[in-house]
Design a protein around this ligand. Structure first.
Ligand code: MSP
Length: 474
């Protein structure tokens, strides 16, 4: 039976959602929409959510002067609102504070402890609260965490519980090399292999004296390390939600390279210890900067997707984000490009094509419907090939190239100058071609696709409202 279980990371609730979270969730949504089309609604389970425990979250709540429970509810709701605004169609929104998750995490831990995969030892080292992890010498740059260079590392010495991931090193390395699960793109696969070759150490899975988290079941002086429980979300949801068991393990896990190691090694060690199957594809996109700099509040270049939606509308925002840079690699999002791209790649191309053809087709009896189309096989094959190779930006380019080509043919043929029958035939050719674009467009811009259908999927076509209205002056 074909099914797809698609996941995003569960995002920390220490700050409101930004364009980085939106990018990953949007990519996952695009794929979930595609697979719903292919396998049917009921065979897709798309999950996103929030990661709500740990020092970093407690610190943020304290800073706001709010009880932590209230604070995590508030920020988690901001994520939900954001996904609603971006037309993200998920099946379940996961929260690590869900008591059903807590219970299963504790059962798993107790089981691993009984099986002696967990032991106690003293751990000393530099801890980055931003990453919620100890950093090794290789990861420290000029005495700081390169990802959170705005905060000092904390030297910590604590007695913690450790998980014997080293028991699984060889097995995991073999599975990665045999492609029993895929780490995509290839550069990330090699990165993980080199990291394994550099040597693995057991990881601490508890925090002594931590305040905000799930208790270690046999020792309530300790809380479960946030990463350990967070990675279990992909599993626990399929246990506590009804009828979702058959979806486990995940088919595609979307994330960025910052958390690749956790997803392609630690997660697997945990699942092997639990005797569970491993996720199929770990899909890492790159990290992007905004206007050439790392996104940061102090630089003032954090993009709030809401501002984009206010200016460009939901669908154009989805387009602008996903087309900003090549999916697998690092990139830069330039805000100054948005207006130009909106006009050139959306309103002057797809918007124009749709409005011109609809106007020309007014009054003709249109025989074409989405169900009886002559398929442009070459276009379809190219689109599917890029899409299924996890290059959504390139797949989108195949669509825009086709739109540009149709606009050129329209300008060249000048159907408005033709005689009656010939004119009708020519215009209806464009109607059919536009209808052929609806499905691929719908994964990226669902409402635009709906509007195109409303216009052309009927016998009497009339001119619609502009798909991409003129932008307001800045
Ligand atoms: N809570 C953990 C994930 C646990 S999953 C079991 C976490 N949360 S996070 O809020 O920091 O989200 C990290 C993810 O946000 C990245 O992996 C990526 O998906 C997305 N991004 C955040 N900033 C981004 C960029 N600047 N560029 C690309 N992706 C971005 O880590």
């Amino acid at each position: 039976m074909n099914k797809k279980y698609i996941t995003t990371p569960i995002y920390y609730v220490n700050a409101k959602p930004h364009v980085g979270h939106a990018y990953t969730t949007l990519a996952a949504d695009i794929y979930a929409r595609f697979y719903r089309d292919l396998y049917g609604e009921g065979n897709i389970f798309f999950m996103t959510g929030t990661d709500e425990h740990g020092d970093k979250i407690l610190e943020a709540a304290n800073k706001e002067g709010e009880p932590v429970e209230q604070y995590v509810d508030k920020i988690s709701n901001l994520f939900k609102d954001m996904w609603k605004d971006l037309n993200i169609k998920y099946n379940h929104f996961f929260r690590t504070t869900d008591p059903r998750h807590k219970k299963i995490v504790q059962e798993i831990l107790q089981d691993l402890y009984n099986k002696e995969f967990i032991y106690k030892k003293i751990y000393e080292g530099y801890y980055c609260v931003g990453c919620e992890k100890y950093l090794n010498d290789r990861e420290i740059v000029e005495g700081k965490c390169p990802v959170h260079s705005n905060r000092d590392l904390e030297y910590r010495s604590e007695e913690n519980y450790f998980f014997k991931i080293t028991d699984f090193t060889e097995e995991i390395e073999q599975k990665i090399k045999d492609r029993e699960y895929n780490i995509v793109p290839e550069a990330r696969f090699s990165e993980i292999i080199s990291r394994v070759d550099a040597g693995i150490q057991d990881i601490s899975i508890s925090r002594n004296g931590a305040q905000w988290g799930i208790d270690i079941p046999w020792d309530n002086n300790h809380k479960v390390y946030v990463w350990f429980e967070a990675l279990l979300n992909y599993y626990t949801a399929t246990v506590f939600l009804s009828d979702k068991e058959r979806f486990f393990p995940a088919d595609i896990q979307f994330l960025a390279k910052d958390i690749l190691w956790f997803h392609s090694f630690i997660q697997q060690a945990t699942l092997l210890a639990m005797n569970k199957p491993l996720p199929k594809t770990i899909l890492s996109h790159g990290f992007f900067t905004v206007n050439g700099c790392k996104m940061s509040k102090s630089i003032g270049n954090v993009i709030d997707p809401k501002d984009m939606i206010n200016r460009y509308g939901v669908d154009a925002t989805r387009y602008l984000l996903i087309s900003s840079f090549a999916f697998g690699g690092d990139g830069d999002i330039k805000e100054s490009d948005f207006d130009v791209k909106y006009k050139g790649e959306l309103s002057d191309s797809l918007g124009n094509l749709v409005s011109r053809v609809a106007k020309l087709a007014e009054g003709f009896n249109n025989p074409h419907t989405i169900k009886n189309l002559k398929i442009d096989q070459d276009f379809q094959d190219k689109f599917i090939s890029e899409f299924q190779s996890y290059r959504p930006d390139k797949a989108l380019k195949i669509i825009t190239n086709k739109i540009n080509k149709l606009n050129l043919i329209l300008a060249d043929k000048e159907p408005w100058k033709l005689e009656k029958e010939e004119k009708k035939e020519c215009i209806l050719f464009f109607v059919s071609e536009i209808l052929g674009l609806v499905k691929p467009i719908s994964y990226f811009m669902p409402s635009v696709a709906e509007k195109i259908l409303d216009t052309f999927n009927k016998s009497n076509i009339s001119k619609p409202e502009p798909l991409f209205p003129r932008l307001n002056k800045k």
